[in-house]
Design a protein around this ligand. Structure first.
Ligand code: HEC
Length: 200
């Protein structure tokens, strides 16, 4: 009888160890994130940073300063959009539209047949995307809606034509995660001066 209970105890102990062991294994693999999840980068934020760099967001959303190659991105104001203090473009949008597309030296204000639009503040500040939700960001770019809200105006050129509007949700989530980590720059951009669509 004693022998049976020793065997039973050993069996229970072995069973316990086995379950512990397999539990441990499960936790280990759970902790390992498949690299492909972040496009081959270490984290979602790093992936987002890369997409912002190659996606050209700085070209229009970062104000410029003069450098050896002409206007260069002023990275102290990274992604903060058209500077509040900059005067509005000094030309008539309707007249400009007849001649082509006009952009300011900072690349942050664009005029064409749609009127004048100003590159938005994309920093983590509350005047940027600081208070936005991820769902809002995705809606803004995929459905081309200003601020990513229902009942807002459509997103206009050149933003409405940018390839980022074709990105996968996971890519947009990574960009948003990165933008949330950017240095907050307070800058309220001017309201777009839109012209009625042609024929109206
Ligand atoms: C060619 C210039 C240009 C490039 C490149 C560009 N943007 Fe824009 N972006 C603009 C302009 C101009 C607006 C304002 C459009 C409007 O008023 O409808 C804008 C608006 C936006 C908005 C909407 C902000 C709001 O309040 O609704 C988001 C979000 C945005 N851009 C994200 C990006 C991201 C992310 C990238 C890079 C992947 C990028 N943009 C690249 C010019 C550009």
């Amino acid at each position: 009888m004693k022998r049976i209970s020793i065997v039973a105890t050993m069996f229970i102990a072995a069973l316990f160890l086995f379950t512990q062991c397999s539990d441990e294994k499960k936790t280990d693999t759970d902790d390992i994130k498949p690299v492909a999840q972040y496009g081959g980068f270490d984290s979602q934020v790093k992936w987002g940073e890369r997409l912002v760099t190659v996606g050209g967001c700085n070209d229009c959303h970062t104000p410029k300063k003069m450098g050896a190659h002409g206007p260069e991105n002023d990275m102290t104001l990274m992604l903060s959009g058209h500077p509040t203090a900059s005067p509005p473009p000094d030309f008539d949008a309707k007249e400009a539209a007849k001649k082509g597309l006009i952009v300011t030296q900072t690349f942050t204000a664009w005029t064409g047949p749609w009127g004048t639009t100003y590159a938005a503040n994309l920093t983590s500040d509350s005047t940027g995307i600081g208070a936005w939700t991820e769902a809002q960001f995705i809606k803004c770019l995929k459905e081309k809606k200003w601020m990513g809200l229902d009942n807002t105006r459509p997103l206009m050129p050149p933003m409405s034509m940018m390839p980022v509007t074709e990105m996968h949700d996971d890519e947009l989530k990574a960009i948003f995660a990165y933008l949330k980590t950017t240095k907050a720059v307070k800058n309220v951009i001017p309201e777009a001066a839109l012209l009625p669509p042609p024929g109206q």
